[in-house]
Design a protein around this ligand. Structure first.
Ligand SMILES: CC(C)(COP(=O)(O)OP(=O)(O)OC[C@H]1O[C@@H](n2cnc3c(N)ncnc32)[C@H](O)[C@@H]1OP(=O)(O)O)[C@@H](O)C(=O)NCCC(=O)NCCS
Length: 216
């Protein structure tokens, strides 16, 4: 990525590394690699783990949709409402995305994580490692007071990761991804309950904090 982009827009310059894992801002190279991963499949098509069914798009539709999502996420970023989307790499290979979404962050100090991996990368512990790295980054570097997550009840992998990391029950909800309601489990992680993974090393946190208007 041209360093001027990260200089002007610090979310693009974030890098969190932990063992074989790296999370980093999504630039042009990353988004093009992610399109290939999405086209190869993210989950069993019989299930829909997302509240918006973006993975139901055809192979032909995915590149345009995904690019538009990426541009929209960057273009609509404001201090009041932002989503930090980080590309996930495992042993240097692009495998998925780990995100956090928040509103009125300087006041509420919490956000909701979301994530996905290409289907061929499931079941190797990457989902656990990427959520652990993101939660460590949010608590340690951005002063999050708590972190929420949610998963449809048949998403055993996501629910298990939340359990392993120390999330507690935070109620129930409905989601309507495919015009039918499905039950959602809401979860909450407090810093004192967080079971960490490998240590993280971070780049770009000072610039991001200044950009977000939180402590420097
Ligand atoms: C959710 C997701 C990121 C998890 O990533 P992953 O790398 O496959 O998960 P991990 O290998 O780190 O671990 C998952 C845990 O769930 C368990 N698990 C996985 N599938 C399971 C199943 N069907 N039943 C019971 N447990 C299951 C694993 O055994 C593991 O627990 P363990 O460490 O105690 O053995 C990945 O499955 C994914 O991208 N799914 C599609 C998108 C999605 O669901 N996103 C989340 C929306 S809330």
């Amino acid at each position: 990525m041209d360093p001027r982009l990260a200089h002007y827009f610090p979310p693009l310059g974030v890098r969190v590394a932990s063992g074989r894992l790296e999370l980093r801002g999504i630039g042009t190279d990353e988004v093009l690699a992610l399109i290939d991963v999405v086209r190869d499949g993210v989950h069993d098509p019989a299930q829909m783990p997302f509240s918006f069914p973006w993975t139901d798009a055809s192979r032909e539709e995915i590149p345009r949709n995904y690019l538009q999502w990426w541009w929209r996420e960057l273009a609509t970023w404001t201090p009041e409402a932002w989503n930090l989307n980080l590309c996930v790499l495992w042993d240097g290979e692009v495998v998925g995305v780990q995100s956090v979404a928040t509103r009125d962050f300087p006041t509420v100090r919490y956000g909701e994580t979301g994530s996905w991996l290409g289907r061929r990368f499931h079941g190797r512990g990457i989902g656990t490692a990427m959520r652990q790295a993101m939660c460590a980054f949010l608590f340690d570097e951005l002063d999050f007071e708590f972190i929420t997550s949610s998963a449809v009840l048949d998403n055993a992998a996501s629910l298990r990761i939340s359990e392993k990391l120390g999330y507690v029950d935070n109620g129930v909800d409905w989601s309507v991804p495919r015009k039918e309601r499905v039950s959602v489990r809401r979860l909450l992680l407090l810093p004192e309950d967080f079971r960490r993974g490998d240590p993280i090393t971070v780049e770009g946190a000072d610039a991001l904090r200044r950009f977000l208007g939180v402590r420097v």
